[in-house]
Design a protein around this ligand. Structure first.
Ligand code: NAP
Ligand code: ZN
Length: 350
């Protein structure tokens, strides 16, 4: 690689619903404040699948998904102070924001009023499409990169850049800690990190999964209790139990049923991003002064805090590392809830 703009190997969906295939994409020249990252691993998030299949609306194609990026700095621009060549770094769901609005100034760049610039399926300030982590290299402004602490292997760190922060942020915001009863709905990529982090924060953790198939894993990950939501008795037994429930479910859910499990003054926080709207009887909120909220990833500072927290507690993701030729197969397994618990692409195979 040189300081000039270049093209790099990548895996892309050429069109919505089309299988991903090997291609090349442009990367900009390394600017004053940019770092060139030699990507080692990229996690597969369910959001990649929603977007590659136009589930959230019309996407930009060809699309190179991937916003759970872990790698090593290969080159730095002359103005870079945060990183040096050889540093272990990560990139999450966004690579830029306006840097001026009230949310950017508070470190809540994910809620930028101008809209953050997604790591892929977005247009950068230069008007060019962004391409994500299913690739060998990426050029990113140093302000939108993270330091991956020693002590977390790069492959196990990659999923923290989205799955980890998406659960850490609401768990922190709703003051998870000892004495709090927290339930995580859905034991997939996000959910399994929620169990690990909530447990490390000292909460009493319950998994609410469609079946008991992953019960043994859930308990090993740190859950104290595990229930199948396919069993109607779960909802009578656990009525009014939780201070906080976080739903990570990728499909529409009966939120009224889950709100019945929340204590008075408790909260149900949804982080899942299903493709269809859901209906809700508002009586499930009124009785019990309950909160139904949403949360989206986390800002750069909080993402760094999460990485440092995970390193201090020895937390990484449970992963299945795959070659790039298995991306399409992995997508089908994620959709079938057959992921234990994050697929991570070894980008040397691209
Ligand atoms: P994932 O690995 O597929 O996990 C989702 C889990 O939800 C599944 O493993 C399954 O767990 C459960 N589930 C799936 N279909 C279900 C259904 N029909 N009914 C009930 N439960 C069902 O996906 P992920 O990568 O964790 O992402 C989860 C969702 O969060 C996606 O919609 C994604 O786009 C979104 N997301 C949001 C943010 C954010 O910032 N808010 C960030 C990243 C991702 P069980 O088998 O245990 O039931
Ligand atoms: Zn994601």
């Amino acid at each position: 690689m040189t300081t000039n703009a270049t093209t790099v190997p990548a895996y892309a969906a050429p069109a919505a619903h089309a299988p991903l295939e090997r291609t090349t994409v442009p990367r900009r020249a390394v600017g004053e404040h940019d770092v060139l990252i030699d990507i080692k691993y990229a996690g597969i998030c369910h959001s990649d699948i929603h977007q590659a299949r136009d589930g959230w609306g019309e996407g930009i194609f060809p699309m190179v998904p991937g916003h759970e990026i872990a790698g090593v700095v290969a080159e730095v621009g002359p103005g870079v102070t945060k990183h040096k060549v050889g540093d272990r770094v990560g990139v999450g769901c966004f690579v830029d924001s306006c840097r001026e609005c009230e949310y950017c100034l508070q470190g809540l760049e994910q809620y930028c009023t101008q809209g953050m610039t997604g790591t892929y399926n977005a247009l950068g300030k230069d008007g060019e499409p962004t391409y994500g982590g299913y690739s060998t290299h990426i050029v990113v402004d140093e302000n939108y990169t993270l330091r991956i602490p020693e002590g977390i292997a790069l492959d196990e760190a990659a999923p923290l850049l989205c799955a980890g922060i998406t659960l850490y942020s609401p768990l922190a915001h709703w003051q998870t800690g000892p004495g709090k009863k927290v339930a995580i709905v859905g034991l997939g990529g996000l959910g399994h990190m929620g169990v690990k982090i909530a447990h490390a924060l000292g909460a009493e953790v319950t998994v609410l999964s469609q079946s008991l198939k992953k019960q043994e894993d859930g308990l090993k990950l740190g859950a104290d209790h595990y229930y199948a939501t396919s069993d109607p008795e779960t909802f009578t037994k656990l009525a009014g139990t939780f201070d906080l429930i976080i739903s990570t479910v990728s499909a529409p859910l009966d939120f009224g049923a889950y709100l019945s499990l929340v204590k008075t003054d408790g909260a149900l926080v949804n982080v899942g991003a299903p493709e269809e709207p859901v209906a809700l009887n508002l009586f499930s909120l009124i009785g019990g002064r309950k909160t139904l909220a949403g949360s989206m990833i986390g800002g750069i500072a909080e993402t760094q805090e999460m990485l440092d927290f995970c390193a201090a507690h020895g937390l990484g993701a449970e992963i299945e590392v795959i070659g790039a030729d298995r991306i399409n197969e992995a997508y089908e397994r994620v959709i079938a809830s057959d992921v234990r618990y994050r697929f991570v692409i070894d980008t040397s195979t691209i």
